[in-house]
Write a protein that binds this ligand. Structure first.
Ligand code: APR
Length: 266
């Protein structure tokens, strides 16, 4: 009898210990995930001076926290974008599609020549991050979130659509777009560049759009590609269009040789 009681006590103790460990583990995991995106947000934000990072974080969270992660409209991020206006120098603006790495390697080294949305305050804070809210929860999550194409109104996609629209609205002068010769459709109608940015470039504020077709070995397309006709058709007719085929190593050279003048990169 006594022996049985002792056994029951030991079993109860083990169950309680396992339950406590599980609960502690889960809540610690949650805090850590939450801390990771929040601390990334703040450490990236604080590299830019003169911004109230807490205010930006609060506006960021307000857009998606406690919401169905497939039902966050683009406009939800308007207050955040409005709180961090873009671009001191709109003349250096670079757009891109399918060329993320080559473009950002270049702009990291040649801030004197070009910058992209991902070099602006909000773009650089949120570049490469994944996040969402959930109905009935007060946190920002980074796992269990819908992927880019799982549903149209997911928070990540809505943020980038909102930011890209504001970025394109701010463009002026001669703007550059780096497209990829490695795909058969460098001007892809599904892309943010084609679906949001191109149609928002407006003359006379913007005078020209200069496409750089980045050609790797065995490129599949160049400036004669049929999809570029669609680009020209969608572009404001008062914006001058040009396209130049440029080998990828030439773009890399521009990054590695700061003595090359911006206008002579390709
Ligand atoms: N899954 C996840 N992320 C995606 C997906 C996808 N299927 N498609 C696009 N993205 C995100 C990724 O972060 C990717 O690096 O969009 C980025 C760019 O995708 P691209 O198709 O290469 O280019 P595009 O959609 O045209 O967007 C680039 O928008 O970011 C702005 O101003 C920027 O001009 C640039 C343009």
């Amino acid at each position: 009898m006594v022996w049985y009681k002792r056994k029951e006590n030991i079993a109860g103790g083990i169950i309680a210990a396992v339950a406590v460990t599980l609960i502690l583990g889960l809540s610690l995991g949650l805090t850590r995930r939450q801390k990771t995106i929040k601390s990334t947000f703040f450490s990236r934000c604080e590299k830019f001076k003169e911004h109230d990072c807490q205010k930006l974080w609060d506006l960021f969270e307000k857009a998606h926290v406690n919401k169905d992660p497939c039902n966050v409209p683009v406009e939800a991020y308007d207050p955040l974008i409005a709180a961090a206006p873009f671009i001191p120098d709109c003349k250096k603006m670079m757009f891109w599609s399918g060329t993320k790495d080559v473009v950002h390697d270049l702009t990291a080294k040649r801030k004197d020549c070009y910058f992209t949305l991902e070099d602006t305050l909000l773009g650089s804070i949120l570049d490469g991050l994944m996040w969402c809210g959930k109905n009935g929860k007060d946190d920002t999550f980074t796992t269990g979130c819908p992927g880019w194409s799982d549903c149209e109104n997911n928070p990540v996609r809505s943020f980038w659509k909102c930011a890209s629209a504001a970025y394109a609205d701010a463009a002026c002068g001669d703007v550059t777009a780096m497209l990829s010769g490695s795909t058969t459709t460098p001007f892809d109608p599904e892309s943010i560049f084609a679906s949001i940015e191109v149609t928002r470039l407006k003359a006379p504020r913007v005078s020209s759009l200069n496409v750089v077709m980045v050609l790797q070995m065995n490129a599949k397309s160049d400036c004669t590609n049929a999809s570029l006709k669609n680009l020209q058709n969608q572009l404001d007719p008062n914006i001058t269009y040009s396209c130049k085929d440029v080998a990828e190593h030439r773009v890399e050279q521009c990054g590695s040789q700061p003595q090359i003048m911006c206008g002579s990169c390709w």
